[in-house]
Design a protein around this ligand. Structure first.
Ligand SMILES: [Zn+2]
Ligand SMILES: [Zn+2]
Length: 240
């Protein structure tokens, strides 16, 4: 791992031939253009991230995330970011990013046709998770010929910290029972990563959970801890 990677990433791993996955930390800075930050500074940080990832400048694909269950195919560099909450690359060639600050970032990879990987990056907040964005992404990857799918669930707010109103707890538990949780003080809570893991495992996807609660770690951005917070990113890419 290069010095840049270890400095800018909370966790990073090579997971296959040239295929790498990771989640940035606050040292990589805010990577989102929609949180009121200086756009030039955000673009400089994205360029620095691409440089340590070893991908071409401007090649990292982002999406305009709206807590939907829509998955879009990654377009070429220079195209506008699609409005979606899942990005898929049919040959793994496009480096993909999902931005979060408490929601669940999920990276997926599978063996695709002609020896190329199929990859995806998914923004699984409460709404998207309950609306089945993960099954949608898995279905799209399999439709593209993806097999032996693996998923990495990144740092997000944990089930002991994510307090919600009782009616929201009941709705979530009815739709996805594994999300039902209680806070340290015994109030209704949601465990979104547990819900994501249960859903993916139920679809036959091999899941790895990366430790780290965003609310409890100030090396990660948390919208609940700081409503003016930036966003960190989950990224999946092939080193060229
Ligand atoms: Zn979110
Ligand atoms: Zn926590």
């Amino acid at each position: 791992m290069t010095a840049g990677l270890s400095r800018m990433f909370w966790w990073h791993q090579q997971v296959g031939d040239n295929l790498e996955v990771g989640f940035t930390n606050t040292s990589a800075g805010n990577l989102a253009l929609h949180v009121g930050d200086d756009p030039d500074a955000v673009l400089r940080r994205r360029a620095e991230l691409e440089s340590v990832m070893g991908v071409r400048p401007g090649s990292l694909r982002f999406m305009n995330q709206i807590h939907s269950a829509s998955v879009a195919e990654a377009a070429g560099p220079g195209c506008a970011a699609p409005t979606a909450d899942g990005l898929i690359s049919l040959d793994g060639a496009a480096p993909l990013a999902v931005m979060v600050a408490d929601c669940v970032p999920v990276l997926l990879a599978g063996a695709g046709p002609e020896g190329m990987p199929v990859t995806a990056a998914v923004h699984a907040g409460r709404r998207g998770l309950l609306d089945n964005i993960l099954p949608e992404a898995v279905e799209r990857m399999r439709a593209a010929g993806g097999t032996a799918l693996r998923a990495w669930i990144g740092p997000c707010v944990c089930g002991r910290c994510y307090e919600v109103p009782a009616d929201m707890h009941a709705e979530s538990a009815a739709l996805l029972p594994a999300t039902a949780a209680t806070t340290r003080t015994g109030t209704p809570a949601l465990d979104l990563p547990a819900g994501a893991e249960a859903q993916l495992a139920g679809l036959g996807v091999a899941v790895e959970r990366i430790a780290g609660c965003t609310l409890e770690n100030d090396q990660l951005f948390s919208h609940r801890r700081d409503p003016a917070s930036g966003r960190f990113a989950g990224v999946i890419w092939r080193r060229s």
